[in-house]
Design a binder for this molecule. Sequence first.
Ligand code: SAH
Length: 357
Amino acid sequence: MNNKEEEQQKPSIYSLQLHELKEWLTANGEKAFRAEQIFDWLYKKRADSFEEMSNLSKGMRQKLDENFKLTTLTTAIQQTSADGTIKFLFELHDGYSIETVLMRHEYGNSVCVTTQVGCRIGCTFCASTLGGLKRHLEAGEIVAQVVKVQKALDETDERVSSVVIMGIGEPFDNYDNMLSFLKIINHDEGLNIGARHITVSTSGIIPKIYQFADENMQINFAISLHAPNTELRSRLMPINKAYKLDDLMKAVRYYIDKTGRRISFEYGLFGKVNDQIEHAEELANLLKGLKCHVNLIPVNYVPERDYVRTPKDQIFAFEKALKNRGINVTIRREQGHDIDAACGQLRAKARKEELKS
Ligand code: SAH
């Protein structure tokens, strides 16, 4: 094996939870408390190399370097939008690329992370699934996205205040890595991002919804619903053929009962497909009495897909129809339009350019 291959096979140091790092250290003849020092270097001082970790012995720094990767992402593109949104295209060690977006809100800076290279869910409107799934991301590759963005914000003394797992990929299809990621960024010795400031979204992998409910983390939870009945949902999202709407709603009720938390439903408005008042009425019936919130997303145009935008008046009428029936609803504010900030768009463009050349 040459050096490059060896380098690639090392796990990312960012994949380890604090207790796992302690276990590794004690198994390697070091003191467990060194783990806190290493976390401090990684997440508070945001070191670029093991070499910098000056309160560790040289031997130990060398040992860490031999066993772990610290750099897992290389910034290929960083684009800033007029509204302050920053889109990053990161290259992974094996040449694949992923995207991460920093969104600026009045309440703080929010990072949208990717969990997989591509996606195998096949939603008919989504750019991320074009080309299928290439591989899962390691927990550390997800953590490193937040660290990278935080480092960019360090320049202006700002902080990442919230994280949404709504980038490329289906987080519940890479469940264990996603969970480690959550625990690492949430840990107070890690990035210390509060559970209530983290949101995970799934297309509806039902067994994992039950598992997630049982984790009992105070994380915000969203489901990509997009349709008020099972026939229409199956047309838009083939996953509904395996995990049907009725069963999905049962899992949702379980989650709400178990955690006491409100759930969010994402509902993309696709012109003439699911955006009529009848759909709003049906949706209100489906969600009646549930502790929930609906987030309406005007469709993001994807050149490979032929969905069209719902006219503004119709979006407001749809919102009103839900409100009148007692459903909590908001319309998603759009950001970063000028920089392909919608999921998978920058990567899709980069992929196409790769295919051309
Ligand atoms: N795979 C997870 C995480 C992605 S979150 C999930 O499906 O929930 C990104 C959200 O944007 C999802 O609700 C997704 O369905 C939605 N989305 C994807 N492509 C879109 C498009 N072209 N227009 C509007 N919303 C889209």
